[in-house]
Design a protein around this ligand. Structure first.
Ligand code: HEC
Length: 204
């Protein structure tokens, strides 16, 4: 596991990104193909999840929609992963599914972001990209809490929702969030190296 990167280094990197990558969409020529591939995979994963969740909530309400997050989210992740030739997942410091618990490098990024957000940083400017080909590229993008999320991640959940979640996730930590809070992150790993991009783009 590539998790022994020093905290200070990661924190410095994240701070550097915070400063240099604002707004989130930096001039494209400064962004490597691997980072662009990661952004595309994370954005499609997030967009597909939100669309699927929104329509499930509209059709069957939050209890029915739990299935989208528990059963469909991993399938959507697999689909996006296969399509983009990378690994995609979600993580959080206060996770619902223990399988989504952060690895130590992810935990460090989440903590750095939390601190940065506490100082008023615009979440849209936060992004982590480790561009060292030797360690394998890896990428994270914050997932912020929106109103849509509160029926399953907020406070005072509807008893039926609360019970259904508790039945599947007895050690659930992912409650009590409010809008605008850092909920977690998309994680993209297994990114193509600079010389073996499968995104159709080549290094100059
Ligand atoms: C209908 C209920 C429901 C709604 C609405 C919902 N979630 Fe979840 N969420 C879940 C469930 C269930 C899981 C556990 C999924 C799993 O087993 O991987 C989960 C997991 C997650 C995870 C992975 C980390 C973890 O805690 O295991 C993130 C991140 C997340 N949700 C963010 C959001 C965001 C952001 C929104 C709003 C846009 C949202 N969720 C809306 C039910 C919901």
């Amino acid at each position: 596991m590539r998790s022994d990167r020093p905290v200070a280094l990661v924190a410095a990197f994240v701070v550097a990104l915070t400063i240099n990558l604002s707004p989130a969409v930096t001039a494209d020529e400064q962004v490597s193909p691997a980072q662009r591939a990661a952004r595309a995979a994370a954005a499609e994963f997030g967009g597909t999840l939100t669309r699927t969740l929104t329509s499930a909530m509209a059709q069957g309400g939050p209890v029915a929609a739990i299935n989208v997050c528990s059963a469909k989210a991993p399938r959507i992740a697999d689909f996006i992963a296969a399509k983009h030739g990378v690994n995609v997942s979600r993580t959080s410091r206060r996770y619902r599914n223990p399988g989504n618990a952060p690895e130590s490098w992810q935990q460090e990024v989440l903590e750095a972001w939390q601190a940065s957000l506490g100082q008023g940083t615009d979440p849209a400017t936060l992004e982590y990209f480790d561009g060292e080909a030797a360690t394998g590229y890896r990428y994270m993008k914050p997932i912020m809490t929106q109103t849509l999320c509160l029926s399953c991640h907020g406070t005072n959940l509807d008893p039926a929702v609360s019970e259904a979640i508790r039945a599947l996730y007895p050690n659930d930590l992912a409650r009590g969030y409010s809008v605008g809070e850092l909920r977690g992150a998309f994680v993209v790993t297994g990114l193509p190296g600079a010389t073996q991009s499968n995104s159709g783009e080549r290094m100059p």
